[in-house]
Design a protein around this ligand. Structure first.
Ligand code: 9MR
Length: 587
């Protein structure tokens, strides 16, 4: 269908005008695009008098679809009002813009198969750019190549971590692993949830990951790249366990944060600090999960599964002797020197870590010892995973590995399935009233430090509900949150560096700030709207869903972190892997 010449001319004019403007486009849309047979929604923000919208094919000016905007919806999470443009009936593969008379057209987007592949692969590659202790070479890192930083082969045992065989000042070696975030420290608690999330993605879709390549140095070996990447961090984690007692240090860290410089510029002393229950149980969980996965890869990874399981069991034993040892950095600093001021990840409740570690160890060994701890925890309340609450990772694992589960646990596992579906239903219930029609934003509490990880983790919970029920409504919810992260949100940003037309450009990420390259390191998920604004930086907008500053000052809304990237990898790869089974794409 052709539309009127006047309208076409208007659109093109507005489009050219728009590309010179830096302000946010009022049409909020997934900036990558849509699977042909999946739901397609854009959100028009602000007061528009037009009632119609148009989907226009590119290149050219053909109006492919004309639709009605809904009535205005007042957002519960800001003072914005929105109108919804649904164009799910457009299925023809191609490139498009969405236009509303009187407004600049949307960014161009694609309809077709594998449309979320760029974000899936970039988010996984993001971990490579976080690697400590090795140079990033141009053939893998492109313009973001850099020398190695933080060798971590001379690391001091901090007085808080002293033990008989390793007194304060002992030198140990804990090289490798990923930098946690925008800073250059390495924290076991946060590595734990990140690894658990990535390894779960692998366990859910091993076939998909067999062929997913990220162009990393290990890409030509016989191991999937997701596992290659995870193993880089796993080997570091193994070195964080005290071999004499099985306890695991909380972190490998500077005393205080490095300045905004490239890795390796500062050569300040590094320490391992205090062992703790959360770190040790998270470690046990990751090692048990990795053992289960790599036990089928004895040829490629000889001995690894056994080493991981031994490390997991040893950590578990230490935790039994120290069942609730919190990492309290303030208290620690009153007692020991040097004072440590880097991130704390100071968790104080451990029932969730016990649950996760028990679930992983049980699923790997089917040993009764772990079953009994699991039985105590299996009816605990469901909550989205976060670094301070990892219970759900244990539940996902249990559901995934329920074949052969002990009879005594079976009724609780059945119930867990039903409870997860109810949890997922509670995520879906408010979507219709949501001004952005996403699961994200069901409550103002969704917008905290690292809010974008909530969006991704909600999506993963829904994917798990889909595994149980095969009900496509859960995947729609998951897709709505991927749309959110890719631009259908109150800020108008795609929150993944290097993806989409208007994405995060100035993350609080030391290499991106210091490397002298205009474009940020790609594939990294910004923290997202956080009205707490703990960084005290200037924010143009301050309401729950708009409190986001694309500025490297803003560590409370614009840092990147491995525990935010990991659920993004998991969500994007799940949808890519499921697109055919769900009928969203035709092979
Ligand atoms: O993600 C963490 C967030 O939940 C906390 O509120 C915040 C303050 O303690 O710390 C965040 O984690 C940071 C960590 O402590 C150090 N590396 C950067 C992390 C992301 O900002």
């Amino acid at each position: 269908m052709k539309y009127t010449l006047a309208f076409i001319v208007f659109c093109l004019f507005a489009y050219n005008g728009y590309t010179q403007l830096q302000e946010t486009n009022p049409i909020r849309i997934n900036q990558l695009g849509f699977y042909s047979y999946a739901p397609k929604t854009a959100i028009v923000v602000g007061n528009t008098t037009a009632d119609h919208f148009y989907v226009i094919g590119l290149p050219g000016t053909d109006t492919i679809y004309r639709g009605l905007l809904t009535a205005a919806i007042a957002s519960a999470n800001s003072s914005l009002t929105t109108r919804v443009a649904n164009f799910s009936t457009v299925t023809q593969p191609g490139n498009y813009v969405l236009a509303v008379p009187g407004l600049a057209p949307s960014y161009a987007f694609r309809i077709g198969r594998q449309v979320q592949y760029p974000v899936a692969v970039a988010a996984l590659k993001g971990f490579y750019y976080q690697r400590a202790s090795m140079p990033l070479e141009a053939q893998y890192a492109g313009q973001w190549a850099r020398p190695a930083g933080h060798p971590d082969n001379i690391v001091f045992v901090h007085p808080s971590a002293a033990s008989g065989k390793r007194p304060a000042g002992t030198v140990i070696s804990t090289p490798g692993g990923w930098y946690d975030a925008g800073d250059y420290n390495k924290y076991i608690v946060n590595a734990g949830i990140s690894m658990g999330t990535l390894l779960s993605a692998y366990e859910d879709f091993p076939g998909y990951f067999d062929t997913l390549k990220t162009n990393i140095p290990e890409s030509n070996d016989k191991i999937p790249d997701l596992l290659n990447e995870a193993l880089y961090n796993l080997r570091w984690m193994l070195s964080m366990q005290d071999p004499y007692d099985g306890g695991v240090y909380n972190k490998c860290t500077n005393a205080s944060f490095d300045g905004m410089v490239m890795p390796g510029v500062t050569k300040l002393p590094r320490y391992v600090v205090q062992k703790g229950t959360a770190a040790t149980l998270d470690f046990a969980a990751v090692m048990a999960q990795c053992s289960r996965i790599t036990s089928r890869m004895g040829k490629q990874l000889p001995g690894l599964a056994d080493s991981c399981l031994r490390a997991a069991k040893k950590a578990w034993q230490w935790a039994l002797k120290n069942p609730a040892l919190a990492y309290d950095q303030t208290a620690m600093n009153k007692q020991f020197e040097p004072v440590i001021t880097t991130g704390a990840y100071g968790d104080r409740s451990f029932t969730d870590e016990w649950c996760w570690a028990a679930a992983e160890l049980y699923s790997t060994t089917k040993n009764k010892e772990y079953a009994s701890v699991l039985a105590e925890r299996i009816n605990d309340t469901l909550a989205l995973p976060s670094w301070g609450n990892v219970r759900m990772l244990g539940f996902y694992t249990l559901l995934r590995n329920q074949a052969g589960v002990d009879k005594s646990l079976q009724p609780a596992v059945q119930m867990l399935q039903q409870r997860l579906l109810l949890f997922a239903d509670s995520l879906l219930a408010p979507v219709a009233q949501n001004a952005f029609q996403t699961v994200m934003g069901r409550s103002r509490r969704d917008f905290n430090w690292g809010s974008n990880a909530n969006a991704a983790n909600q999506g993963i919970a829904l994917v798990n509900a889909y595994f149980i029920s095969k009900n496509e409504k859960y995947l729609q919810g998951a897709l709505s949150n991927l749309d959110y992260l890719l631009g259908r949100n109150a800020t108008g940003y795609c929150f993944i560096t290097g993806i989409g037309s208007r994405s995060t450009l100035h993350p609080h990420h030391r290499p991106s700030v210091a490397d002298g390259i205009a474009a940020p390191v790609p594939g990294l998920l910004a923290g997202g709207p956080n009205p707490g604004r703990q960084d005290k930086c200037p924010y143009e907008f301050t309401e729950p869903e708009t409190a986001y500053a694309d500025s490297d000052c803003s560590y409370a809304s614009n840092e990147i972190a491995i525990n935010w990237n990991a659920p993004l990898v998991c969500l994007a790869t799940a949808l890519e892997a499921l697109q055919y089974a769900a009928g969203y794409s035709k092979p």
